[in-house]
Design a protein. Structure first.
Length: 207
């Protein structure tokens, strides 16, 4: 995503936060309640709206790997580099992933988190525990170890590859398309479209 688009999304979400908080505050103030109750409601509503709208997961990179499957080049392994929009705790173990190729829809659930090691991304040992029904996290930048220790993004500097294998019936050949939707336990749902390019190299970057 370009820096212009990233800045635009950030500004748009913050503008929505400001507008909704202003509307909620105005609504609460007009109610016939005591001053103490009004203050409590304002704080509660403000926190709820802010948490909901800022729990936004950015996708900063999208990679796949072609492998020889039944005599054909197909993508089975997919890695999405994610980070939070703002510094806020997002529990990734409660995240669910929906993959949809137009013929089949699958739901993936959390499996495990590990740090990046000396091996290349697609050779990491975490892949061995993935089976087409789950996903894992490979921590890239995590200053407080929140990703591995607590399965959570906490700082906007946190970066991790969200990795999963496609089920055998959904592996991608050239020009195949798949919709990947991230459903956090709270916050904004994020959908990205992955389209397989020509297999000119083993590791590819989805546009």
């Amino acid at each position: 995503m370009s820096s212009w688009r990233s800045t635009g999304i950030t500004m748009m979400i913050l503008l929505v936060v400001v507008l909704l908080v202003a509307i909620s505050v105005a609504s609460v103030i007009t109610e016939e309640t005591t001053s103490a109750t009004t203050d409590y409601n304002i704080d509660e509503i403000t926190d709820e709206i802010f948490n909901e709208l800022t729990s936004y997961i950015q996708i900063k990179d999208q990679k796949g790997r072609f492998s020889e499957i039944n005599g054909e080049k197909r993508i089975e392994k997919i890695a999405l580099l994610i980070s939070p929009m703002v510094s806020q705790e997002i529990d990734l173990s409660q995240l669910t992933i929906q993959i949809d190729n137009g013929d089949e829809v699958r739901i993936l659930t959390y499996n495990n988190s590990e740090k990046i090691d000396s091996k290349s991304l697609f050779e990491h040992g975490l892949w061995d525990s993935l089976n087409g029904e789950n996903y894992g996290l490979i921590s890239i930048v995590d200053l407080d170890d929140s990703i591995v220790d607590y399965n959570a993004l906490t700082e906007n500097s946190d970066n991790a590859y969200l990795v999963f294998k496609l089920p055998s019936s959904m592996t991608m050949k050239k020009y195949d398309k798949i919709f990947v939707t991230l459903f956090p336990s709270s916050g904004i749902t994020r959908t990205t479209i992955l389209k397989a390019p020509m297999p000119m190299s083993s590791v590819i970057t989805f546009e």
